[in-house]
Design a binder for this molecule. Structure first.
Ligand SMILES: [Zn+2]
Length: 322
């Protein structure tokens, strides 16, 4: 807003006007500085904007429909994620394999991606993994979308990857993004043989390797309204402490807690091959929508996604730059 000051009175009066002008300009400068600080700080609007971006991308994944292993829907969703990551400079590779399952032989494909400002990113070591599962649970009698289980987590991984590539390339170069196939069991409940197909196959490639990443962060059900994260009771101590202190620093500690038991999820195969991995997972046991058609876009919250993304970004600041 332009500031127009006119005075046709005495010289004394003009001096008063000049003081007023300086005061108004100083005030405007102060307001602009505070607004810029608020907008640019990670806990402020930038974090919220990332939540909206992830919410929109979750909607794009859900518009495809169900994504059970071996389906056209999963192929389309994987192509969408690959396009998103490639647009930000990530180099995407598919890891295809076939397994016997309770419904016969199924073809699976994990998507993983790395980033390098120059050279081949696959010829360098990375410090960490950021993972989620892209498949939705197979139901033959209904359309199950798996909005928070785990389209929202995949959207968050892509949004984080794009942000790092753009604003923190030195961190992006130290990270591998992984979207697992076949997390869900074909039978009603997961067993040691049915479920985690993609993460078991992926983790096996690191077995005995000297170049293993030093940590993993797995996201699963991190975008539901009234966000309630409960990490497994046996989570790697260092990563759990980092998550809780990041949540505290972001002033969102009330959303994060610990489940009373271990949890079977894609972090297990990674932990077994010596990559300590934290499962940042929603409290699914208390959510009526879990593994029902209620797990649709209506329960996804941009605010919750923003909270989860901010906490992960703060963890990565510490983990990738140390
Ligand atoms: Zn599930």
């Amino acid at each position: 807003m332009p500031v127009i000051l006119t005075c046709h009175w005495s010289r004394l009066r003009c001096n008063v006007c000049l003081m007023k002008t300086k005061w108004i300009l100083s005030s405007l400068l102060l307001v602009a500085t505070v607004a810029a600080f608020w907008f640019l700080r990670p806990t402020g609007n930038v974090g919220r904007l990332l939540g909206f971006e992830a919410h929109a991308l979750t909607g794009e994944i859900l518009a495809i429909g169900s994504r059970p292993p071996g389906s056209e829907g999963l192929d389309t969703a994987r192509a969408l994620m690959a396009k998103e990551l490639k647009s930000a400079g990530w180099v995407v590779v598919l890891q295809e394999f076939e397994r016997d399952t309770p419904v016969g032989k199924v073809k699976f494909a994990n998507l993983h991606a790395r980033f390098a400002r120059e050279g081949d990113p696959w010829k360098k070591k990375v410090k960490g993994l950021l993972c989620a599962h892209l498949d939705s649970k197979t139901f033959n009698d209904r359309t199950f979308l798996g909005a928070d289980d785990a389209a929202s987590a995949c959207a968050a991984v892509a949004v984080i990857g794009k942000l790092l590539a753009r604003d923190k390339p030195e961190q992006a170069e130290q990270l591998e993004l992984v979207l697992f196939d076949g997390e869900e069991a074909f039978a009603k409940d997961m067993t040691t043989l049915d479920g985690l197909y993609g993460s078991r196959h992926y983790a096996n490639q690191w077995r005995g390797s000297d170049d293993k990443p030093g940590f993993g962060i797995l996201l699963d059900m991190i975008g539901h309204e009234n966000l309630s994260i409960r990490i497994p009771s046996d989570s790697p101590k260092d990563l759990a402490e980092r998550m809780f202190s990041a949540a505290k620093e972001e002033d969102v500690a009330g959303h994060f807690g610990t489940a009373p038991t271990p949890i079977m999820d894609d972090h297990l195969p990674l932990n077994l091959v010596g990559i300590p991995t934290l499962d940042i997972i929603g409290d699914f046991s208390r959510k009526a929508w879990w593994h029902t058609t209620g797990d649709n876009e209506s329960i996804i919250s941009a605010e919750s996604l923003g909270i989860s993304i901010r906490v992960v970004l703060r963890m990565l600041d510490g983990l990738l730059l140390q």
